[in-house]
Design a protein around this ligand. Structure first.
Ligand SMILES: [Zn+2]
Ligand SMILES: [Zn+2]
Length: 159
């Protein structure tokens, strides 16, 4: 099991963008520059950006975009199963990495950590899930206090 985020290769990013364009076409949605830029920002990131993070980045390229548009686009991309929404209400983050993995979410700082499993362990519950139907994405969240927050809390108790 690895809890560090696996970086995205340029090839993977191209594949994700191709998949995004295919899905838009299949659903009769226009691949607008805005929609593409918003998707790309999330897909290229390993940091599980929030809507505000995405907005800040997209705005550098497309000055007219609004936070509301970014949020609505992220929501529709999630409904199309092109992105995953992770985190808790008020601290929502988005993930363009659709490879099967779980998340550890810190309830103090909201940080989202990727948890990649060895396929052979993933297969155990997955086999059960496949008996219900085709599995396209997995959403598994662990909640707790991350090491960084636990350390800073311990330090503030010391002083
Ligand atoms: Zn934390
Ligand atoms: Zn993730």
């Amino acid at each position: 099991m690895t809890t560090h985020t696996l970086p995205i290769t340029p090839q993977e990013l191209t594949e994700r963008l191709n998949f995004f364009e295919e899905e838009c076409r299949r659903r009769g949605l226009r691949v607008t520059e805005q929609r593409r830029e918003i998707f790309k920002t999330v897909a290229a990131s390993c940091a599980h950006p929030s809507a505000e993070d995405v907005y800040a980045q997209v705005r550098e390229k497309l000055a007219n975009v609004s936070l509301d548009t970014v949020y609505r686009t992220l929501t529709s991309l999630e409904q199309m199963e092109l992105l995953l929404r992770v985190g808790t209400a008020g601290k929502e983050r988005f993930d363009g990495d659709l490879r099967p993995h779980a998340h550890f979410i810190c309830s103090q700082c909201g940080e989202v950590y990727d948890v990649f499993y060895d396929k052979k362990y993933m297969m155990l519950p997955l086999r059960e899930a496949f008996s219900c139907g085709e599995v396209r994405a997995i959403s598994l969240q662990y909640k707790g206090t991350c090491k960084k927050c636990a350390e800073s809390t311990a330090q503030s108790f010391d002083s």
